[in-house]
Design a protein around this ligand. Structure first.
Ligand SMILES: [Zn+2]
Length: 448
């Protein structure tokens, strides 16, 4: 596709995504405040590794102090600046709580490949640029503003509302959401957890520019497999029959040629029902089948590797992502059949957890759909299968209904910059998101 076509598609996308109702002067002031705080937040350095979130905790603490919203900070590794902040608005307790969840840490940057300072929060061409603008300081800010606005507007609540900002998501999550799930869940015990894993997408699912708000209701299972083969070591000049690397590469070749079958699960079925056929893209491919990526091959002796020594073992790692209903044991049995060679051993690096699919006929889902349509009448809202892992897994395990949801438009080309270079979000996207998020939380939590 050439540049002109890309530019014109992009322009259409922006035109389609213009929200209605943004003119209310009170909202304009709130949006300005949100943008201003968002830029300050982007400037906090929370790059992981090392994952020190002290600046972000200070940022939130200062604001919650000023607004008179109670919160607690739980340091899980004080020395290295790892900790979590939990803010809390009390409700009548008539209904179970809602928890808004976001991670403060961001992935590292490759400085030389950025056009602007990744921590500068520069505004240019209608975008706010910076690491974390899409993953996921944008969520953190609109969640915080939603809580602040409920407090300022003295809305009485039927349920407790929690705001949880965590560390450590970009590594294991153990010191962040894992720690909270382990140590604080009894006090929180939320019915709903709102996390990352959904956007107002354009060009993700269909070939047209429809604005589609995806709400993550389930995740694929992360299944990392290690393959080991063993042979006879020796000098490269006199090859033995059993070369571990040849055994391995033959097996990997068979896996490369193997196409996992298409399997439409209920979430993807619902997407197709609401949208029509999905476009042929790597993203949609991953929604409809188990995927296999070869990520590591290791078979040599010495450091640096010796060119003339045949190793007696060879190892590979497959990053497999399984549909929620796939049994990992059956999947491994299938791979063994494909490889058809007893000399290749397959084992888990870590056995995948059971995948839980959240229902999508709930009050929360309906509120998301309704409030999104208020601002973007032409949009479609649908449940979505998240193809990567998020912190929600810790809380799904606890029985919470977890949704991944950000109510701002993001095109595929913008989305691709997550964890990449020049990550940026349209300023208009943050502006619409704060309004919709607040209205969703208000609709679901307000007392009657
Ligand atoms: Zn994230």
């Amino acid at each position: 596709m050439n540049e002109t076509i890309i530019t014109s598609i992009f322009l259409i996308a922006i035109i389609v995504a213009v929200p209605v109702l943004a003119q209310d002067p009170a909202w304009k002031k709130i949006e300005d405040e949100t943008v201003d705080l968002f830029k300050k937040y982007i400037r906090t350095n929370t790059i992981n590794p090392p994952g020190d979130v002290t600046q972000a905790i200070e940022f939130y603490s200062e604001i919650f102090d000023r607004e008179g919203i109670p919160y607690e900070v739980f340091w899980t590794d004080r020395e290295n600046g790892k900790g979590n902040l939990l803010a809390h608005l009390k409700g009548s307790g008539r209904k179970k709580p809602v928890m808004m969840l976001n991670h403060m840490d961001v992935v590292p940057v490759d400085m030389k490949s950025w056009d602007v300072d990744p921590m500068g929060a520069v505004t240019r061409d209608g975008y706010i640029w910076g690491r974390g603008t899409l993953d996921m300081k944008n969520y953190g800010i609109v969640q915080m503003m939603s809580m602040i606005l409920l407090k300022r507007n003295r809305i009485t609540l039927d349920r407790d509302l929690f705001f949880l900002a965590v560390c450590d998501e970009e590594t294991s999550g153990e010191l962040g959401s894992g720690w909270i799930a382990e140590n604080k869940w009894d006090e929180i015990d939320a019915e709903y957890v709102l996390d990352e894993g959904g956007f107002g997408t354009q060009g993700f699912f269909t070939n047209d520019d429809r604005l589609i708000f995806s709400v993550g209701v389930a995740e694929k299972k992360v299944c990392w497999l290690k393959l080991d083969t063993y042979g006879t070591e020796g000098h490269g000049s006199m090859p033995p029959k059993e070369n571990a690397n040849f055994i391995m590469t033959r097996a990997l070749g068979k896996i490369a040629d193997y196409e996992t079958p298409i399997s439409i699960n209920p979430v993807v079925r619902e997407m197709i029902n609401r949208l029509g056929p999905l476009a042929e893209t790597p993203y949609n491919n991953a929604l409809q089948r188990n995927t296999i990526s070869l990520t590591v091959i290791q078979g040599y002796v010495g450091d640096p590797p010796k060119s003339n020594v045949i190793p007696d073992e060879s190892h590979a790692v497959l990053d497999c992502r399984l549909l929620p209903e796939t049994d990992p044991e059956e999947f491994i049995a299938e791979l063994k059949k494909v490889i058809d060679d007893d000399r290749v051993q397959i084992g888990y690096i870590e056995a995948p957890k059971e995948a839980i699919v959240a229902p999508f006929d709930t009050d929360m889902f309906k509120a998301i759909e309704k409030e999104t349509k208020e601002v973007f009448p032409e949009s479609v809202t649908l449940p979505h299968l998240i193809i990567y892992g998020t912190d929600s897994r810790f809380f799904r395990d606890k029985g919470a209904i977890c949704y991944g949801f950000f109510p701002g438009p993001v095109t595929m080309s913008e989305y691709r910059r997550i964890h990449g270079n020049n990550e940026r979000i349209r300023e208009s996207s943050i502006r619409s998101a704060v309004k919709i998020y607040y209205n969703v939380i208000k609709r679901v939590c307000e007392g009657r």
